[in-house]
Design a protein around this ligand. Structure first.
Ligand SMILES: Cc1cc2nc3c(=O)[nH]c(=O)nc-3n(C[C@H](O)[C@H](O)[C@H](O)COP(=O)(O)OP(=O)(O)OC[C@H]3O[C@@H](n4cnc5c(N)ncnc54)[C@H](O)[C@@H]3O)c2cc1C
Length: 505
């Protein structure tokens, strides 16, 4: 090998474009050796499921194919990362190890530290690059918006750089194969995850489906097409928020606001961009306080009196609670209405958010610990300042699925019954009666939560927690001004909703 070698440790970043690791290797004029590791400790974690492993396997397979078109390949390993790095280093004395920052669970947090320590011992230069506006180690919340501005808005996505890899490295990488993991039973609805799929999904959303985003994402019948469906790609890093933001900005700039259809497009795309903000807003919480995987963000809600009845937990997991919309959502998996699923579990079934966490994480192909844990806590009402939301599944059913299209699709046992009967909650033959009475149980839990909220000690703690983790009002210094009637929007308004509480799921 004539050039020094840098290893790009692939994690949740299986893409060639907007890739700071590859760009830096190119800038330094080095050879790159990408390495992906299936890690037994992560595979065995209680918040890992087949769906995640399958998603990552697909993403890495796509990455390998893309690298091959650039005359390069990637090493696939099965083992703990430090062991694999040590073995690789013995064969290829690489001088640099680059990766993207990941806001993961406690296992990945400790693993990242172990890798950094190993690099220090070996004299390998270790560098982590951000791939979102989340500030490593925590941030003064007042400055969060500026990080978004400087990392997402002001910097265009990086192009695919020149990828150099000596033949010797390519031959070595090509001999590595995917481990034989337990057989998957992929379901047709599982979204494919790769860089090419990510861009196709984004293009389809921006030119066709996105028009119906605003309003369309609330109903389970329309959310499937009205939503961007980018979460799996953002979660596994086959696309970045920066790439998405800039694509939306270009699309907004193209809109002809004289055309009434454009107004709807603009409203929808602005609503969508708010959610992209929420992503980093919520992820920052876990980054700033990794303990949030195990304890509520607000100290006074750490002993909420959950009953954790295993019978109810099983009924919820299996979609047999006797509440049709809840059961359909639980059986449908990987869909919206997650807020209702959590609210019902915590407020009505009295299950601890920590108890339901692994199952919820497992059924979402887009599992992203930062968003997930923050949202779980918010929907469980243990954050301390957000409204405590109890979704009434009967009302939600009447509002969003009055003809029971969604419910019948996922609960075939209800197919023979008329929708009106299901919506009225009559005694439904072949379907279980409600496992608990909704109103009474919801009242018990909300009374308990409000009692905590009203206590002097909780009020005092709320201020400090809010200061650390709460969202802020928009900052005029970075918010682009929108003219009253712009002929053509020169600076797209992409900041709407920064100060919302991101409660929709
Ligand atoms: C209890 C609960 C758990 C959740 N867990 C996850 C998770 O593990 N991974 C995940 O990506 N999303 C999670 N969400 C947020 C949301 O449900 C999904 O992002 C969304 O349904 C994915 O569909 P989409 O890509 O079409 O979203 P869109 O509505 O098109 O949103 C675009 C992107 O914005 C982000 N986003 C959207 N809604 C939220 C939100 N409420 N909070 C933070 N970011 C958001 C996501 O990255 C999403 O892909 C969770 C929500 C709740 C209530």
């Amino acid at each position: 090998m004539t050039r020094p070698v840098a290893v790009w440790w692939v994690k949740r970043d299986a893409r060639l474009a907007d890739n700071a690791c590859l760009s830096e290797v190119n800038r330094l004029g080095m050879d790159v050796l990408p390495l992906f590791c299936f890690e037994p400790s992560l595979l065995a974690a209680d918040d890992t499921s087949d769906m995640h492993v399958h998603a990552q396997w697909q993403a890495v397979t796509g990455l390998r194919m893309a690298l091959r078109t650039h005359g390069a390949d990637l090493v696939v390993a099965h083992g703990e990362v430090v062991d694999k790095l040590a073995k690789l280093h013995a064969r290829v004395p690489f001088t640099h190890l680059f990766c993207h920052e990941e806001v993961g669970n406690d296992i990945t947090f400790r693993r990242d530290r172990a890798v950094a320590a190993w690099c220090r011992e070996q004299g390998v230069e270790y560098r982590e690059f951000p791939q979102s506006s989340v500030k490593r180690g925590g941030v003064n919340r007042d400055r969060l918006q500026r990080w978004w501005q400087s990392r997402i808005v002001d910097v265009p996505p990086l192009p695919v750089p020149l990828i150099r890899q000596a033949d010797e490295l390519r031959r070595l990488a090509a001999t590595t194969t995917f481990p034989k993991l337990a057989a998957f039973t992929p379901i047709r609805q599982w979204q494919p995850v790769s860089e090419a799929d990510a861009h196709a999904t984004l293009a389809d959303f921006l030119t066709r489906r996105g028009r119906w985003y605003r309003g369309g994402i609330s109903s389970p019948n329309t959310a499937f097409t009205a939503g961007s469906r980018l979460s799996v790609h953002l979660a596994w890093g086959t696309i970045t928020a920066r790439q998405v933001w800039h694509a939306v900005a270009r699309r907004l700039a193209e809109l002809d606001l004289a055309d009434p259809a454009s107004v709807r497009w603009r409203q929808s795309l602005e609503a969508f961009v708010s959610r992209l903000h929420w992503r980093d807003h919520f992820t920052q919480r876990l980054e700033s306080e990794p303990e949030l995987e195990f304890q509520s963000v607000h100290p006074c809600y750490r002993d909420v009196p959950y009953a954790n009845d295993e019978r109810l937990h099983t009924a919820w997991r299996e979609g047999r609670t006797g509440y049709p919309l809840v059961d359909a959502v639980m059986r449908c998996l990987n869909f919206r209405m997650r807020a209702m699923a959590v609210s019902f579990a915590c407020h009505v079934l009295h299950l601890d958010w920590r108890l339901i966490h692994p199952h919820m994480a497992g059924v979402f192909r887009d599992y992203d610990p930062g968003i997930h844990l923050s949202q779980l806590q918010m929907q469980a009402g243990v954050v301390g300042w957000n409204a405590i939301r109890v979704y009434n599944p009967a009302k939600q059913l009447a509002d969003w699925d009055a003809d029971c299209r969604f419910v019948k699709r996922w609960l075939p046992e209800l197919n023979p019954l008329p929708a009106v009967r299901i919506v009225n909650g009559d005694n439904l033959p072949g379907y279980p009666p409600p496992v608990v009475p909704f109103a009474e149980r919801a009242k018990q839990m909300t009374d308990a939560l409000y009692a905590i909220r009203k206590s002097a000690v909780a009020k005092a703690a709320t201020a400090a927690v809010y200061l650390k983790h709460g969202s802020r009002k928009k900052e005029p210094t970075v918010r682009p001004k929108r003219a009253k009637k712009p002929a053509k929007p020169t600076t797209p308004s992409l900041f709407a909703g920064w100060d919302t509480d991101g409660s929709a799921g």
